[in-house]
Design a binder for this molecule. Structure first.
Ligand SMILES: Cc1ncc(COP(=O)(O)O)c(C=O)c1O
Length: 473
């Protein structure tokens, strides 16, 4: 039965919503869960609720960083929007406080902030800064990377430009292998562990050298500190230290895309690049910064900012840095601090990883378990020995986790066989246990059956989520 609360929130039937969406929204805007999309009408903490009041455990939404509709964030947003929302050409305290808070969390010479509205805008501006500073155009990016939907970013996102039908990679973009030690070009199966990092670095050095010898030069290297769309990739220790050294040697700047992984998600540090003991020249931040509200920023050094100013072209962004966005970002950062959410990410993340690794021993189809804080991936394969990506099975798990267990996860990576977890930072150990009960059931079931023989009827006969939770208690 639909709950009263959800009925009052949402009047239109799901079927009608689908009809209107199909009629008015571009077909390239994809939904999660193709065959049975979710209509979500409410969020609270680490939970989402559909139009019938069914509760889902949210393991996907790193954007709802401090939890869906956190009261402090809601309060900051409503207070500020009731007073003023305007552009950043007027002085405003929320903006300067926000910049100060961000800079206080940044290491080294990272001391200048620009406000934008999204991760894409942040990365586009980062490219402009790098190009203004170096007077070069060429960029090195990593295979499988995604940096945003603007034209400038589709060009540096192999995750997109390698798709059939996409515009091809332009000549000024150079793709280096993703430092994935499980499935990457150099991995723990074809290289000794002390060689893997150096092989990836040698590739970057050879790209930088070639581009320089051709007289073009490198403007910069851009990478997520932990690659997300690539399948929750944790680069080898010391990787970024060496990449940055090489890139700088050839005159380029280092851009860290922290759009997915910033603001304490990795637990041990506030920024994921800090896990590699490096200081980038430019850092881009967004998604978690607004807890669902569109706000982002670019942080750089005074030297780079000065070279951008020296072009004489002023930077204006109508909504970037408006008082409402900044009030929200300030509230998000305060909540991370006051509720010790970074520490929570470390504790719960360690539990997720260690239990996940243990679970991996039990199942032939869990090829690899990796993660950092509340950023964890399970690579699903046909068997540990062949490592063939089990794409269909991973998709089946994602669907079953939702429909039977009411747990939302996603799959990604070049073969879409990596189950991704990046839940709101209020995710608890009990939530992790709930995830494992559900995931275990899916894996046991998969182990027993041939996926192609699965029908709706068969899955309906399986134990319900409540049965499984009771059994596990
Ligand atoms: C790593 C990374 N960078 C940039 C972006 C673009 O951010 P936005 O969608 O806010 O434009 C995304 C979006 O998914 C992302 O994952």
């Amino acid at each position: 039965m639909p709950s009263q609360n959800s009925q009052s929130l949402e009047k239109m039937s799901k079927t009608d919503t689908i009809k209107l969406r199909n009629r008015y929204i571009g077909k390239s805007c994809k939904l999660f869960y193709k065959s049975d999309p979710l209509k979500i009408v409410r969020g609270q903490g680490q939970y989402m609720f559909d139009e019938e009041g069914t509760r889902y455990l949210d393991c996907i939404n790193n954007v709802a960083h401090v939890g869906h509709c956190h009261p402090k964030v809601v309060e900051a947003a409503s207070k500020q929007i009731a007073v003023l929302s305007t552009n950043n050409r007027f002085l405003h305290d929320e903006l300067v406080h926000c910049a100060e808070k961000i800079i206080n969390k940044m290491p080294g010479d990272l001391s200048v902030c620009y406000f934008v509205n999204s991760g894409s805008e942040a990365n586009d501006l980062a490219l402009r800064l790098a190009r203004a500073f170096t007077k070069k155009l060429d960029v090195i990016t990593l295979d499988h990377a995604y940096h945003g939907h603007l034209t400038s970013l589709m060009e540096i996102s192999p995750y997109k430009f390698n798709l059939p039908g996409a515009d091809p990679k332009p000549d000024h973009v150079h793709v280096a292998s993703c430092p994935d030690d499980y499935r990457g070009k150099f991995n723990r199966f074809n290289s000794s562990s002390d060689m893997i990092k150096d092989q990836y670095i040698a590739e970057i050095e050879s790209i930088a050298k070639k581009v320089t010898e051709e007289g073009r030069g490198i403007a910069g290297f851009i990478a997520e500190s932990l690659q997300s769309c690539g399948g929750q990739i944790i680069p080898p220790e010391g990787y970024f230290e060496d990449v940055y050294r090489v890139v700088r040697k050839y005159g380029g700047v280092a851009i860290a895309d922290e759009v997915q992984v910033g603001f304490g998600r990795v637990g041990t540090h506030y920024w994921a690049f800090e896990t590699q003991n490096v200081v980038p020249d430019i850092v881009t931040i967004a998604k978690p910064m607004g807890n669902g509200h569109p706000v982002g920023a670019v942080v750089t050094t005074q030297k780079i900012a000065d070279s951008f100013a020296a072009t004489g072209v002023s930077y204006f962004n109508t909504y970037g840095g408006n008082p409402v966005s900044c009030a929200i970002a300030n509230a998000v950062m305060d909540v991370v601090e006051n509720e010790k959410l970074q520490q929570n990410a470390q504790i719960v993340g360690e539990y997720l990883l260690s239990e996940g690794i243990k679970m991996g021993y039990d199942f032939e189809m869990i090829g690899d378990v990796r993660g950092y804080g509340l950023f964890v991936g399970f690579e699903i394969v046909k068997s540990k020995s062949c490592r063939t990506p089990a794409t269909q099975e991973a998709q089946w798990i994602v669907d079953r986790m939702k429909s039977v267990h009411r747990v939302l996860i996603s799959s990604d990576g070049p073969n879409e066989n990596v189950l991704k977890l990046k839940p709101p930072m209020v995710f608890t150990k009990e939530n992790a246990e709930e995830f494992f009960v559900a995931f275990n059931e899916c894996m046991h079931f998969l182990q027993k059956v041939n996926l192609s023989s699965l029908t709706e009827d068969v899955s309906n006969e399986l134990p319900t989520r409540t049965d499984l939770l009771i059994k596990a208690m």
